[in-house]
Design a protein. Structure first.
Ligand SMILES: NC(=O)N[C@@H](O)C(=O)O
Ligand code: NI
Length: 167
């Protein structure tokens, strides 16, 4: 069968995303007041992984464009560190993921990340490069810099086309 393989996007929940990483979302998260009660701290929503020699955690901003047509042909992984994406201007995006280890196309899942949510991919989680959904959007990205190969890419045998459940 030719043409892209359609995968239905799932809502992002901590439980469903657990095999791939962590969800960065104040909803359902513990918090406590700081700064004389003027600030609520939603503490440790995700934990950075910094592996290999001389790793450094860095913060970057990615200004991403939607993929049109929405067909994913490549996945990648970062074996030496986690990678987190947090929308700066509410840009919803897709987290297209597969479990760490040997890549299995049949295990690919698609999650809809709403603008108020972010994700942190666990080290080694296969994922599609940043996929804003509707417009050019900025994301705070927290990941690892340092020596060693921290990006493996794989071409998909068949493109993946995320589709969205009818209401
Ligand atoms: N290459 C790069 O820095 N970005 C990717 O890792 C990505 O997941 O978007
Ligand atoms: Ni990446």
């Amino acid at each position: 069968m030719t043409g892209p393989r359609e995968i239905v996007a799932e809502p992002l929940t901590r439980e469903a995303f657990a095999p791939f990483g962590e969800v960065i979302d104040t909803n359902g998260a513990d918090s406590f007041p700081i700064n004389q009660g003027r600030t609520e701290r939603f503490h440790a929503l995700a934990t950075m992984e910094l592996l290999g020699d001389d790793p450094r955690g860095i913060l970057s901003i990615f200004r991403g464009q939607p993929l049109d047509p929405l067909e994913i042909t490549l996945m990648e992984r970062h074996s030496l560190g986690s990678q987190a994406f947090v929308p700066i201007n509410d840009g919803a995006f897709l987290a297209v993921v597969a479990p760490p280890g040997e890549f299995d196309e049949a295990a690919v899942r698609v999650f809809l990340v709403r603008g108020a949510q972010g994700v942190s991919y666990r080290a080694g989680t296969w994922h599609a490069p940043l996929l804003p959904l509707f417009a050019d959007s900025d994301y705070l990205v927290v990941d690892r810099q340092g020596p060693g190969n921290n990006c493996d890419e794989i071409e998909l045998a068949r493109p993946i086309a995320p589709v969205f459940p009818s209401r």
